[in-house]
Design a protein around this ligand. Sequence first.
Ligand code: SF4
Length: 369
Amino acid sequence: MGENLYIHVPFCSSKCDYCAFYSIVTADNMQITQWLDKIIEQLDSAELEKPLETIFIGGGTPTALSEANLECLFKALCRFTGNNTEISIESNPETISSEKIELLAKYITRISMGVQTFNPQLREKLGRRCSDQAINSAIKCIRAVPNLKFNIDLIYAIPGQTLEDWESDLNRVIASGVDHVSCYNLSIEEGTALVARLGENNTIDDELSIKMWNTANKILSAAGMPRYEISNYAADENQCRHNRNIWYGGRYLGLGPAASSFNGRDRWTQVYSLSEWLEDQAAELDIIASEARINEIFSIGLRTVAGWKREQWERVYTLKYCLRSWAELTATINVLPQPVRNLFKVTENQIKLTKHGLNFWDLVAEALI
Ligand code: SF4
């Protein structure tokens, strides 16, 4: 099942205060070996198309794994890859060394590194344990590898962050030589250490946050990396194919605790617990009516700046699943309340959100789903 594979590595070297992802801090090699053995066992029995279009190794911090464990994982993945398979890995600066990058360079085509902010005071505010030196050294190691696509993740709207601080982060990320940037609005999630420290409502005002979002597009576009999705910026040839496939309704298999899968109709998510996942605890199923699913897929595609092109919709859905024609899709928009309809730009062959509409994607998704 699936043209795309996601592997969740649930280990981190420390826990960031804002983090709501499933990850554990462990130095227990036994746990890591059990996780790896099970992933390899599941790969052996997985029904995957060969070669896969994309593989995304996320987490957690995949580069927290030792070189020996990473090599083991990549060797198990080799039989699913072809010349055109995009292979991405997420990383953190403190787990990158020149030896690790040298090993990764044999297998991957794309690396994504979480910096969040180059400003040490703001990093401290986020509870992100990483030094300037680790960031600079990791960037140097990654840039030394030719032809490796390179993304950096940034967070904005951090309490106390000014527009000037944000512009400085954007200029630093450009100077790092990346070809892709992801910029996420800080979300202070319930249950995190950050909410306990700052309180749920300790966010910067919406107006400044929108200004920061607009500034990101202005500065990154001028550097050749225009926005192509609400939070992502890159030239066409450097866009993340894995994420694009997911946004446009592609099928994917997710392995590892907390990993989700989608077979074109149903979704399922593995348990958020390493020990229960190791004990084969059943995944949580998300089975909904096909009409509701198609609305969900339609809205996720609207997160992209280009939205849906007619031939793309027809290729993915009308032909494959015979669920809704382009004309019916257009009709879906016509029955939405006028203020939501105004957020769309609909032409004969394309349905997308306006730039203003992208800011209100949540409202659009709510209206559609
Ligand atoms: S490195 Fe990423 S996954 Fe790990 S704790 Fe920090 S934000 Fe969460």
